[in-house]
Design a protein around this ligand. Sequence first.
Ligand code: FAD
Length: 546
Amino acid sequence: MSVAQAARHNGKADAAAEFDAIVIGAGVSGLYQLYKLRELGLKVRVFETGTGIGGTWYWNRYPGARFDSESYSYGYSFSPELLEEWNWAERFAPQPETERYLNYVADKFDLRRDIQFNSRVAAAHYQEETRRWNITLEDGRRYGTRFLITAIGVLSAPTMPRIPGVETFRGQSCHTHYWPKEPVEFAGKRVAVIGTGATAIQAITEIAKTAGHLTVFQRTPNWAAPLHNAKIADEEMREIRGSYPEIFAICNDSPGCFIHKPDPRATHEVTQEEREAFWEKLYAEPGFGIWQGNFRDILTDRAANALISEFVARKIRQRVKDPAMAEKLIPKNHGFGTRRVPLESGYYEVYNQPNVGLVDINETPIERVTPKGIKTSDAEYEFDLIIYATGFDAITGSFDRIDIRGIDGVALKDKWQNGPQTYLGVLVEGFPNLLMVMGPHAGLGNFPRAAEYSVDWVTGLIRFAHDRGVTRVEATATGVAEWTEHVLVTGEGLLMNEIDSWMTGVNRNVEGKQTRKIMRYSGGHPAFREHCDAVAADAYRKLALA
Ligand SMILES: Cc1cc2nc3c(=O)[nH]c(=O)nc-3n(C[C@H](O)[C@H](O)[C@H](O)COP(=O)(O)OP(=O)(O)OC[C@H]3O[C@@H](n4cnc5c(N)ncnc54)[C@H](O)[C@@H]3O)c2cc1C
């Protein structure tokens, strides 16, 4: 839309712009939500900030970006035809392949005609008189809808570090989320990467292959384990295709929707030799097995967690030649698996290369970004390129960036000041007709498996309301209190919840996000679905319907 058009629209609600449902976000979740709402015959519009399909896989184009989930466990399961048609080329698809896949889905189901790109939703205000939501885009265009559905992602609000001088740098710089669409050359360049989370680990490994010199600025090392990616040959793809029902059944049965299920044994139930052999096997296998398919107690029992941490530390020491460097790369403030485990393809060996250096910013903090590079407490580094791999204001960040107001103008951000309060991760008391796909207090994991369920549940509720002339659906205060309490209780005893990470809502770069909160449901997806199914089967009596 041109500036002139925007100005014409500014502040004006267009009568033609009234919808039954508005979905925010055109990623994995939003695309499927659109598909399902069309099946109900509703008038739907999707708003998306980006200029293309794909959400995470549209934005994150940095070198090395790829799944840590097995591709064939990540794709949509809802369409047998789609499963039949799509061939995954790699076990863990790189970003371009996934972006192609999601575009293929959008074309196949003719989704594009209801998606409005370049359209960031800035505000959403509920009107009690009409039981409808007023939506305002960043450019001032306004729309109305009965149901507002957020599919805005858990990792879609990128954060920059709080370092002075970022804007003064004269070279090229960018956050990994906002990676340019044009190729970026590293050959002969002096490159800085700030951050050592999952994204950084992928990017560093790739950039180190060609950069003139790469300097990594690390605050918190993470426990990474090998990905073991490989191409999928035609024959293997045929086998995968034949096994889709089993693959999805395993995912649905596992706590994190991955194809890896926890081993039923406890760490101390086996001998040391058996333990070592099991861990060697997991370390040599592709994917999240070492995290999700490990002994059942490694994320709840401190002694068990210490043992697996020591095993992985040994691996790092074997792979990094310089013992002092290896020690810097071994996490000391959290145990293995208590943060999201990044999977890597030669990350540790990068630090054996002469063109790679590591700066521990706990020892020598970054003081500022300068026009030429980065100044720490003991040195000034010059760079051609600075890459901010500094992650996201996770889970609630994308909500906080929209002015969402419910009954009596109450802001969602204020309501959640002390942590999210939801019913089933979908509804919020005081915000009728707002439905969140994969909202806070839903379970995380292999995302599309959980997102498909979430979309189906939201669609079921809208169908129910639509069929009965119900124009207002809201969580009750009791329902929210019960669910929030249940989420807290199921999180007790999990070592993950004792650690600062994006999964516990901590981001040192975001004001007000310094203390841990319970952000996600950790009772496992099978239990989560049981709760949600029971509510639907009971005709949604636990909700306030009118
Ligand atoms: C680098 C990276 C690697 C990952 N790897 C894996 C993996 O291996 N396995 C896995 O299961 N998950 C992975 N994830 C998580 C990933 O986010 C999910 O798998 C999935 O893509 C989320 O889909 P979504 O549609 O819910 O959200 P997103 O893909 O985040 O899409 C949300 C969309 O909403 C849009 N949006 C947000 N706010 C607004 C607004 N106000 N107005 C308009 N549009 C808005 C955004 O622009 C975005 O396009 C990864 C995430 C990242 C960042």
